[in-house]
Design a protein around this ligand. Sequence first.
Ligand code: BGC
Length: 763
Amino acid sequence: MLRFPISICLFATIASLSITTVIGAAAPLVDAATEEKITALLGQMTLAEKVGQLTQDSSSFDLTGPVPKEAKPRDRYDRIRSGAVGSMLNVCGVAAVHEAQRLALENSRLKIPMIFGYDVIHGYRTCFPIPLGEAASWNLTAIEATAHIAAMEAAASGLNWTFAPMVDIARDARWGRVMEGAGEDPYLGGLIAGARVRGFQGADLKAPDAIAACAKHFAGYGFAEAGRDYNVADISEHTLRNVVLPPFKAAVEAGAATLMNSFNEIGGVPATANAHILRDILKGEWGFSGLVVSDWQSIGELRGHGVARDLADAARLAITAGSDMDMEARAYGDHLAELVRSGAVKEALVDDAVRRVLRVKFAVGLFEDPFRHCDPAREKAVVGNPAFLATARDVARKSIVLLKNDGGLLPLSLKLKRIAVIGPLAADKDTPLGGWRAQALPESAVSLLEGIKAAAGPATKIVYVVGAPLLAKPGDFPYEVVFNTTDRSGFSAAVSAARSADLVIMAVGETAIQTGEGRSQADPGLKGLQEELLREVYAANPRIVVVLMNGRPLTLPWVADHVPAIVEAWHLGSEAGHAIADVLFGHYNPSGRLPISFPRVVGQVPVYYNHKSTGRPMDSEGKVYWSHYADVANEPQYPFGFGLSYTTFAYSDLRLSAPALTADGSLTVAVKVANTGKVAGTETVQLYVRDRVGSVTRPVKELKGFRQILLQPGERQDVTFTLTSADLAFYTARGVWEAEPGEFQVFVGANSRDVTTAEFVLR
Ligand code: BGC
């Protein structure tokens, strides 16, 4: 599979003098000779064989949604043998994949192999930070590296395809799937989407360690009203184009072979039946030649949405709109052939969908060798190879965000005599694996307690006390989570351990099963007795480092106001405990930056940095009739891009190379950044712009660039960014992606709040 860079050409349109960015078509997934082979194959296929290619079945294990009633393992085998299934999900491991592929091929007239997909979201066996956490690294090299290792393991385990990356922009901490994406920003989200696609697919999809990526969920799933999973998303074309779609476009430009539908509707049209996003934009404007797979039963759910009368009607709507493969709804399998025979669906639509499926199968090399990923010796050598743990630890520590460090409580001295470690999450070897942990072995993460014990000096005694269980009973997927709100029997031990310790490390947050699909929360705060225990411990010894383990931004007003040190440690994967201890003891100077704003209270949600000004801007302080709350500040608790270090950085001398930028020119933005502290540290220098006046309203700030630099104490560096008019383009009132001449503000700083500013004009 070859991929070519997208050509970007800039020209000034004479009519409006605006500057249009034209993105060339996405690179074709296969070459012309392969297209010919596909045409020849299609010509030989019966309608039933075509429909089989558009059907994806799950194995009977590891289910992520409701299963058709008749789904017994035997039925699955019969369906494979009969050619009714072109792809499977949730079959993994060389033995299982080999067996399913053998069944398919032995019975396939045209010897068309099946393609095997799986949710490899943040690692396969070796577990990396949840995607939201990893996004906090702002380190594209590291992110690409973990996706690559995930692909190596998954491919060695027989798989060809991952249902990742999830590139949904998410502004709502209530939504359980916030953990699966890269946060709230389309620019950062786009870069991370590209890095993940490149990591999974590599330079050549036929390489033994490559698997096809799937950018999901197309589109708008993260905009579910009130953060309630699967809920309606009412998104304007403006928000769709400027905020929701850019990461998908970046994924397509990076060569993503597949996309997945989303469950939601957009303005009355469910995404699975939405020809505007699938045909007009994705397959039309962007020239995407790969396949679109439905989400789990999302074709069948068109009945629930109330746009399809029955499953046949749902199949008609979905294939017409451009959903190519049916995951688990049996809509295509049971109805598509009849729809074609009756004339309700043109066979050309089916042919186009089959062509896309075959393209992906050719692109990943399945026609050359259907058993290409089925080598048991390779599986044994690669899956869970301990050599991957070094990367897991490195990326995990890069993902940690230091939110507060009053009085320099951190890093910890190796000479401390006694540290009390409190909280059930501290000893938990499962929670750090997070949601969507693929084939990570249960209880396989290094716990925080284990990490602290390994890192603490010999003179330090570590005392561990649970305090209070987080859950009332063990929370087992997929059952509901019931929090402990009554058992305080461990409080007194926790309080006395805190009293006799030099310092307390308290782990609070969320268990893995509180996050992910179907795990929306109306109140994303600390559940159960966690805060009550924390307050009692604080009364006994306020020298507390809170280590947060969570899959979403949490609302923590009391913690933020009282506890002197707060470390955001997400769900960090296999090496979590070691990575956190590296930061706590100063073996690694924290460098993570928030990829999403942390609200003060849930009532602020959605709160995000790149909001609009409104006619009564939020900074009109002192007036009553301006856009604000009477009871809480407008600003989030911690803004997008925020994160502290054990050193300090000073910004000075912001300079622009010229007062004006021309359509085909460039502008250099330079700033001096100095390490003014005592230890070396990595700073993420962030550049934002504001378009002062647009044909449509523009965000108050938009991230347009960042640089990570390592500075020694006392070292100073000039950091430069180059802006072109392409960086200023957006979907304008004319319905075109273009930059509009006028005044711009540029901001450079350590996060979206703490910036210095300058101005320029785009001519
Ligand atoms: C999720 C998808 C996932 C699919 C297959 C669905 O419920 O929304 O993200 O890829 O299940 O497991």
